[in-house]
Design a protein around this ligand. Structure first.
Ligand code: NA7
Length: 560
C-alpha cells in the first residue's frame, strides 16, 4: 500500500472538478468506514471518484451515533480500524479497548486528512435516485443538490445500521418535549439535567446510553420490549504490550485477523462445553465474565452458538449475574432474557444492570404493559394484569429503536436497474445477492457490507477494505478485458442465498427474532441477512477473481 504516494497524489486524472462531475468513473454513496476506503482504493487505481454523503461530516455511523455511551462493541483498540496502512497503525494511538464515538470519529478525520480524501467527498448531499441507463450502460445519480452525475460504477457504502427505525406509536407526533433517535443524535450537546427522560429500546444503543442518562437525568423511565443479554464490556486502557506486538509485525497480525471468524485476533476455543465438567465450565464462564467483552462467547467453548445445551447453560450463568446484580427481584425478573445467547446482536455494557438499583430509574416491561399512546408530555401504558392505565410524565423521549438493518438503506435508495426494474420490486418477496456485493439486473452496482455478506459479524473496517479491493480488482479486470459491465447472474445469486441460509441454519441465530432476520421491522419478511462463514467468504472472493468471475455476465464496451 502506497500511503506516501496517496497523500501526494493530487493528479488531475483522479481529481474531477465540479465542471466535469457530470461524467465520472465511480460514485460512492456513503462516507463512513466503507465509503472512505472505497474512495481511497479506487482513486489509487486511477479512477475518478465522487463520494456523496447526506451528513455534514465524514464518519457514517460514527458521525450519526453521538448518543451518550456510544462505543465500539467489537474487540476494539488496534483492531477495529483500518488495517491497510502500516504507517497508520504505527502512528495512531487508541486509548481504550472499546473506543468511544468521539475517538472513532477523530480517527476517521485523521484518516481523511492523511489520505487527502476530502477533496472527493461531497457532504450535505443526499442521493435521491440511482438509475441504470441501458443505452449508455452507465448509472445516472441525482442528488438533493440538483446535480445529475453519470458514473460507470455505483458503490453503495450505505451502512448496515443507517436506516433508522422510528416506530409508529399512536400520538408520537404530539409529543412536545425533545425527541431524539440514537442514530440521528444532534451535534449540539443534549442536557439531561433536571429532566424526566423516557427511552424506548434496550438493544446496544439503549443499553450503552441508559447508565449515563440515568446519572445525568432527574428521572429515567426505560420502556423495554425484549430484555437482552449484555456482557460487561471490559473496557480498559489498551495494553501497550499488545500494541507493541501488533506494531512489530503488522502484516502477521493482519493475517491472523483475516483468518479469524470475527476478523479480530480472537482464538475460538477448540473445546466443546461437553469436554469439561460443570465446575470447570462455571470457572471458565466466571473468568471470562470478569475479563469482559466477547471472549465469553468464543473463547470458552466453540459450540456456544451452535449447540442448544451449551448455549442454555451459559445463558443461565448470565441470568444468575442479573439476579445477583439487581437488588429488586421483580425488576431483575423483568430483565431476564429468553432467547439463545449471542443470537441477537451481542451487547457489551458498562454497569447496565446495576443502573436499575438507582432510585431515579424505572423499568416498564412492554410485554405486560404495552404502550397505548404517546401524549404531549407523557407516555400511557396499560397494565394487562390489572387493566389500569399508567401515565409516565416525560420532558424528553429517546428512541433507541434501532434500524431497518442491512437491507434498509439500499431499499430506501431503491436503485433502478436493467429495463428500469426497481430493487424494491425485485426484492418484494426475498432479497438475493451474489456474494453480498452484487445484485442480478443491477450492472456495475457494488455494495460494501451488503445483505448476505459477513458485514456486522466480521470486523467491519477490515471487511470493507477486503470488499473494496475486490471491487477495485474487478473493475481493473473489466478494463483489461475491454468489458464495460459486470452483472451477477440470477442463478449465482440464488445459489449464494441458499449457501447463506444453509450456514445460518447450522447455528442458533436463525431461531431468534432479531434484526439479523428482519424480525424487528413490522411487515419485513424473515430472511437471515448475514453470511456466517467468516473468513471463508474472503477466500471465495479471491477464488472468484482468480477464475475470471464465474457467476457474472460481462458485456463488452462496444455492445450498445
Ligand atoms: P436494536 O438492537 O435493534 O435495538 C432496538 C431496540 O428497540 C430493541 O430493544 C427493540 O426491541 C426496541 N424496539 C424497536 N421497536 C420498538 C417498538 N415499536 N416498541 C418498543 N420497542 C421497540 O438497535 P440498536 O440501535 O440498539 O443497536 C444497533 C447496534 O447494534 C448498533 O448501534 C451497534 O452497536 C450494533 P426488540 O428487541 O425488537 O423487541
Amino acid at each position: 500500500m502506497s500511503e506516501n504516494q496517496s497523500t501526494q497524489n493530487t493528479s488531475s486524472s483522479t481529481d474531477k472538478t465540479a465542471a466535469d462531475l457530470s461524467s465520472i468513473d465511480a460514485v460512492v454513496i456513503g462516507a463512513g468506514f466503507g465509503g472512505m476506503y472505497a474512495l481511497h482504493s479506487l482513486r489509487e487505481s486511477g479512477l475518478s471518484v465522487r463520494v456523496f454523503d447526506a451528513a455534514a461530516g465524514i464518519g457514517g455511523t460514527w458521525w450519526w451515533n453521538r448518543y451518550p455511551g456510544a462505543r465500539v462493541d467489537f474487540p476494539g483498540g488496534p483492531f477495529y480500524c483500518y488495517t491497510f496502512s502500516e504507517q497508520l497503525i504505527q502512528e495512531w494511538d487508541w486509548a481504550e479497548t472499546q473506543p468511544d464515538q468521539s475517538s472513532v470519529l477523530a480517527y476517521l478525520n485523521h484518516v481523511a486528512d492523511k489520505f487527502d480524501l476530502r477533496r472527493n467527498i461531497q457532504l450535505n448531499t443526499h442521493v435521491e435516485s440511482a438509475v441504470f441507463d441501458s443505452t449508455s450502460q452507465r448509472w445516472t445519480i441525482q442528488t438533493n443538490q440538483s446535480e445529475t452525475v453519470s458514473a460507470q460504477y455505483l458503490i453503495c457504502a450505505l451502512g448496515t445500521l443507517s436506516a433508522a427505525n422510528r416506530p409508529e406509536i399512536p400520538g408520537m407526533e404530539t409529543f412536545t418535549g425533545q425527541c431524539y433517535h440514537t442514530g440521528q443524535w444532534p451535534s449540539d450537546p443534549v442536557d439531561f439535567t433536571g429532566k424526566r427522560v423516557g427511552i424506548i429500546g434496550t438493544g446496544s444503543s439503549g443499553i450503552q446510553a441508559i447508565p449515563l442518562i440515568a446519572e445525568a437525568a432527574d428521572q429515567l423511565t426505560v420502556f423495554q420490549r425484549t430484555p437482552q443479554f449484555t456482557i460487561p464490556s471490559g473496557n480498559q486502557p489498551i495494553d501497550p504490550a499488545l500494541v507493541q506486538e501488533a506494531r512489530q509485525d503488522w502484516p502477521a497480525m493482519r493475517q491472523r485477523m483475516m483468518k479469524s471468524p470475527l476478523g479480530a485476533p480472537y482464538t475460538v476455543s477448540s473445546l466443546s462445553a461437553k469436554d469439561h465438567t460443570a465446575e470447570q465450565r462455571q470457572a471458565k464462564y466466571e473468568q471470562q465474565w470478569r475479563k469482559g467483552s466477547l471472549g465469553i462467547l468464543f473463547e470458552t467453548y466453540h459450540d456456544v452458538l451452535t449447540n442448544k445445551e451449551s448455549n442454555a447453560e451459559l445463558a443461565e450463568f448470565i441470568r444468575c449475574k442479573i439476579r445477583e446484580t439487581v437488588h429488586d427481584p421483580l425488576v431483575a425478573e423483568k430483565l431476564l432474557p429468553n432467547y439463545h445467547l449471542g443470537t441477537k446482536r451481542q451487547v457489551l455494557d458498562n454497569d447496565y444492570y446495576a443502573t436499575y438499583n438507582r432510585d431515579n430509574v424505572n423499568l416498564i416491561d412492554l410485554r405486560t404493559n404495552p404502550i397505548l399512546s404517546i401524549n404531549p408530555t407523557s407516555i400511557s401504558t396499560k397494565n394487562s394484569t390489572t387493566d389500569s392505565l399508567d401515565q409516565h410524565p416525560l420532558d424528553m423521549l429517546i428512541l433507541a429503536t434501532g434500524y431497518d438493518a442491512i437491507t434498509g438503506a439500499i431499499q430506501r435508495l431503491d436503485p433502478k436497474g436493467l429495463d428500469g426494474i426497481s430493487l424494491s420490486a425485485q426484492w418484494s418477496e426475498r432479497f438475493s445477492t451474489y456474494l453480498g456485493m452484487t445484485i442480478p439486473n443491477f450492472p456495475n452496482l457494488f455494495m460494501i457490507h451488503g445483505p448476505e455478506s459477513p458485514s456486522v459479524l466480521f470486523n467491519m473496517p477490515l471487511g470493507a477494505e477486503l470488499q473494496s479491493d475486490w471491487i477495485r480488482d474487478c473493475i481493473q479486470h473489466l478494463k483489461d478485458n475491454h468489458q464495460n459491465t459486470i452483472t451477477a447472474s440470477a442463478d449465482a445469486a440464488t445459489a449464494w442465498s441458499k449457501e447463506v441460509e444453509n450456514i445460518a441454519s447450522q447455528t442458533l441465530y436463525a431461531d431468534t427474532e432479531s434484526w439479523y432476520t428482519g424480525a424487528n421491522i413490522p411487515g419485513k419478511h424473515r430472511q437471515f441477512a448475514v453470511y456466517l462463514g467468516g473468513p471463508a467468504y474472503y477466500s471465495k472472493l479471491a477464488d472468484i477473481a482468480a477464475n475470471d468471475y464465474p457467476g457474472f455476465g460481462l458485456q463488452p464496451t462496444d455492445l450498445k
